[in-house]
Design a protein around this ligand. Structure first.
Ligand SMILES: NC(=O)c1ccc[n+]([C@@H]2O[C@H](COP(=O)([O-])OP(=O)(O)OC[C@H]3O[C@@H](n4cnc5c(N)ncnc54)[C@H](OP(=O)(O)O)[C@@H]3O)[C@@H](O)[C@H]2O)c1
Length: 285
């Protein structure tokens, strides 16, 4: 490794010492994970090897993080115990076939490509090895993601535990059956976009009733954040929390009537259903 000037070498032991991890396709999501591994001291830079398509990007990433980044997937896969697949969904089978000579039944393939089934990856690998599929979302950038994980046929509890620790660096994790992964894509994968539209609309509404735009956006975003925390941390049903805000003959109930008349609830249900359906279509190729 030539250049580590932008990255300070850690002094403490890594949380997962001895584990070698390859990130094949360190793009947006792979890059977020790479940074999270280092920031959380899950792995030391010398435990990580990554690849991208363009040599100049490899050089830039390597310089920025002090990690070995190249364009040779096979070499990277040879060096790793856990191999993260971060390329676009359509590229995944070819990538797995490319690295096949480096695969052994002890290695784990951890794919975060949308819609690609564990069975497709197992077939491309041509052997009985652990394949885990993950669906993170973009709040991973702030370690506020939710990542759903599902296991292929040959995954051990220990391997699933490693995958959970890997994705815990970017937020919360949940394990689901693979049959639910398209629904996860439709809800939490696409979900941030739906929520941004709601925040944008609330902020627009604030401007409409006379608030300065920056104040309106802050109120809308922090209200969304606080409400989500209430659901997560109290464990109360959202309807109960809504009822607590809704005083008889008050302002909120008038607003809720407008929401119901406008079909917000049904529209959101339809949006998630449509996104789930699309994820299913993508999986079918
Ligand atoms: N972004 C999200 O919010 C999100 C959420 C969940 C899941 N995902 C999944 O994550 C995967 C990547 O998405 P992304 O948004 O991170 O895309 P991206 O930024 O385009 O990243 C793809 C990366 O793959 C690299 N690459 C392309 N061909 C390669 C090859 N043959 N060998 C090695 N690396 C190669 C690209 O290299 P260059 O940089 O040199 O072009 C790029 O760094 C997708 O499968 C997507 O479904 C993304």
């Amino acid at each position: 490794m030539s250049d580590t000037q932008e990255y300070e070498l850690p002094t403490a032991a890594a949380a997962m010492p001895g584990l070698k991890v390859a990130i094949l396709g360190a793009g947006k999501m792979g890059g977020i994970l790479l940074q999270a591994f280092l920031k959380n001291n899950l792995l030391h830079p010398d435990q990580i090897v990554a690849t991208v398509a363009h040599p100049e990007r490899a050089h830039a990433l390597s310089t920025q993080f002090g990690v070995q980044v190249g364009t040779d997937n096979l070499e990277a896969a040879h060096a790793a115990d856990v191999i993260l697949l971060g390329v676009k969904p359509l590229q995944v089978p070819a990538l797995v076939e490319q690295i096949r000579p480096a695969l052994t039944p002890q290695k784990v393939l951890l794919s975060f490509a949308a819609s690609v089934k564990t069975s497709a990856i197992e077939d491309a690998a041509g052997m009985q090895l652990g394949v885990i599929r993950a669906m993170p979302n973009t709040p991973a950038m702030l370690a506020a993601a939710i990542t759903a994980l599902c296991a292929g046929r040959f995954v051990t509890e220990e391997q699933l535990g490693i995958a959970q620790r890997i994705f815990a660096t970017v937020g919360r994790t949940v394990i689901v059956d693979e049959k639910h992964m398209d629904a996860v894509t439709g809800l939490s994968g696409s979900g941030p976009a739906f929520i941004y539209i709601i925040i944008e609309a609330l902020a627009e509404a604030g401007v409409n009733v006379g608030l300065p735009r920056d104040v309106a956006t802050l109120l809308a975003a922090q209200t969304t954040f606080g409400s989500a925390r209430m659901v997560l941390e109290t464990g109360y049903h959202p309807a109960l929390l809504k009822d607590a805000v809704t005083t008889p003959a008050g302002c909120t109930v008038d607003g809720i009537l407008e929401l119901e008349e406008g079909g917000l609830r049904v529209t959101l249900i339809k949006a998630v259903k449509r996104a789930t359906q699309r994820a299913r279509e993508l999986a079918a190729g």
